[in-house]
Design a protein around this ligand. Sequence first.
Ligand code: NAD
Ligand code: UDP
Ligand code: UDP
Length: 364
Amino acid sequence: NNARSNNNAALFVSRVGRVPAGITSRRLRIVVTGGAGFVGSHLVDRLIERGNDVIVVDNFFTGRKENLKHLFGNPRFEMIRHDVVEPILLEVDQIYHLACPASPVHYKYNPVKTIISFFLLFLYLHCTALHFYLYIYTNVMGTLNMLGLAKRIGARFLLTSTSEVYGDPLEHPQKETYWGNVNPIGERSCYDEGKRTAETLTMDYHRGAGVEVRIARIFNTYGPRMCLDDGRVVSNFVAQAIRKQPLTVYGDGKQTRSFQYVSDLVNGLMALMDGEHIGPFNLGNPGEFTMLELAQVVKETIDSSATIAYKPNTADDPHMRKPDISKAKELLNWEPKISLREGLPLMVSDFRNRILNEDEGKGM
Ligand code: NAD
Ligand code: UDP
Ligand code: UDP
């Protein structure tokens, strides 16, 4: 608690240059963009539990009010329906910026919303119907607006970037010093390059405007409240096993990923925000699995009779991914605690309930 109060005070000093009476006991006010989503809602829970005032800003593109409904009526919690591509005026101490169309299904079908460069904006404004430009630029305009907000009010800003900035990596495991191997014109590039640009903007606002920033590079994360049908592999396999459908393995299933349970990620994000280091920091679980191994763990956890259906893989799919987390271990004193075999069962009842409710909703 002392450390937290000191940290609050330090944040305030960086804003106003002195510690006003009572600041160490004042509650931190925090905005979480994308707070109605999977990761955001777990983060909001932890911040509220810790005694902070939390404002969620979300346009419910992929997020759901249900993820936060247990907080409705809590005097420390507020929710604003707002698209971060539009400017917003708020007074807060910290900004966790998570808002982003994050899942593969959504970014493949709404690529234009995921990325904009000013060049693209210029082109779109001139070459397409005006309404279309609203779908272009969450990742860049949203980040720009939140950085502008952070600059105006002297708040600390945390960007949730992604392991996708490493693309199809040629270095394994990936360290933060690796610059990545991204196809700038591929199907996934709207997400990868959108986040890379968001990182650039974040560092530019830090260097150019003195904004206090933090960058997290998040590796594949799973847990309760994941979107049921957003196309990510863990949610797909778990939902398929519960629905008694074959597990869809793309390609030969030998590609690897490292899966992190959501509470470990939330611990990492909070340690990063409240610590003294800018990053970027890899936040992920170094346990590495092929998709076939993941399918096996899902079978053991949910239904040993589940079968596998092989499907063609998507273009530019990274062949392997595994975080090197030595930097976060050393500087944030953080490391994940929950293995895949421990974490998967923790999301099953949430998925079962939601699938059951969906089926009932369809009159099944
Ligand atoms: P999610 O889709 O569940 O949450 C994203 C939230 O942002 C949703 O609530 C959505 O409605 C909101 N949003 C989207 N566009 C918005 C806009 N223009 N204005 C306001 N709100 C908007 O995804 P998530 O898994 O919780 O991801 C959270 C963040 O973490 C994202 O930035 C994502 O890129 C990053 N990330 C997640 C993972 C992962 O495995 N979950 C991995 C790497 C990075
Ligand atoms: N912005 C915002 N809220 C604020 C301050 C700024 O949404 O409280 C937006 C602002 O509208 C602009 C972006 O953040 O689109 C960048 O702001 P900045 O002041 O850095 O740039 P400028 O407005 O001078 O171009
Ligand atoms: N994948 C799969 N079956 C699915 C969904 C995805 O085999 O039903 C594969 C996908 O091709 C990729 C890996 O799982 O190799 C992780 O995909 P996801 O979209 O979850 O995350 P990302 O590719 O962004 O790491």
